[in-house]
Design a protein around this ligand. Structure first.
Ligand code: F6R
Length: 238
């Protein structure tokens, strides 16, 4: 394993270091395929990338983005959908062409067909150049939850109680409104990314240690990252 670990003093520094890596990726290849995550962790990085884009330092005009996951049966205009999150926190504020931004369609009536379509889409884009990840308190990446085996392809998952409890805070109606299912990119699509950038706040220190230095096990899905050749982890100390 070749993990580059960057420890930052705070979230602002973590966000700036993360944004600098994404910016460098775009400088190397303007038509990069960026794999993106939602959640609270990358918000500061997106804000920093928006500033750099507005300042004319970087352009997303040729970039394509593909997100890790989306809740099932929540429409794109619902403020809790990941499409809404990406548009409002990032895509609407940068010079990317919206048609070059992809998320799973959580409203698809045939979820299995949607999963297959999404896996094929990653391949059709030529794979992911740089995948941004967060990590769940239970060690999930994307919504690949702890399980008896690693799930390799895009799949429709039943969210664990732990994930539902953590994410319910974002829903006005709390746990009652929090979806039970999501579509997530599988571990194959994530692991085939040329580079991976994992961001983790101070609250993830324990699970990150387990994922990077503990046994590789589907009980801690992020532990599969130990097999990735180009993994950068940025962890904030506060
Ligand atoms: C989000 C995603 C999740 C989050 C993880 C951490 O698209 O795939 O794996 O990265 O749940 O979430 P936060 O950053 O909210 O702690």
């Amino acid at each position: 394993m070749r993990v580059k670990q960057i420890v930052t003093a705070n979230v602002q520094e973590m966000s700036q270091r993360g944004a600098a890596i994404v910016a460098a990726q775009l400088t190397l290849k303007s038509h990069s395929v960026l794999g993106l995550a939602t959640g609270s962790t990358p918000l500061g990085m997106y804000a920093e990338l928006v500033s750099r884009n507005k300042a004319g330092e970087i352009s997303f005009a040729d970039a394509r983005t593909i997100n890790l996951d989306e809740y099932c049966d929540i429409s794109a205009d619902n403020k809790n959908s990941y499409r809404y999150y990406m548009n409002s926190n990032f895509f609407d504020k940068i010079d990317i062409r919206k048609e070059n931004t992809y998320l799973p369609d959580g409203m698809a009536s045939d979820k299995q067909a949607e999963c297959a379509r999404y896996s094929e889409l990653v391949d059709a884009l030529g794979g992911i150049d740089l995948q941004v990840l967060g990590i769940g308190m239970n060690g999930h990446i994307g919504f690949n939850e702890p399980a008896a085996h690693f799930v390799m392809d895009t799949n429709c998952v039943t969210l664990t109680e732990s994930t539902r409890n953590v994410n319910a805070q974002y829903f006005d109606g709390g746990l009652d409104e929090m979806p039970r299912y999501a579509i997530t990119m599988g571990l194959r699509q994530i692991m085939q990314a040329k580079r991976i950038l994992l961001l983790a706040g101070a609250n993830k220190k324990g699970i990150l240690e387990e994922a990077l230095n503990g046994p590789v096990t589907p009980q801690v899905p992020a532990s599969i990252l130990q097999l990735h050749k180009r993994l950068t982890v940025i962890i904030s100390e506060s």
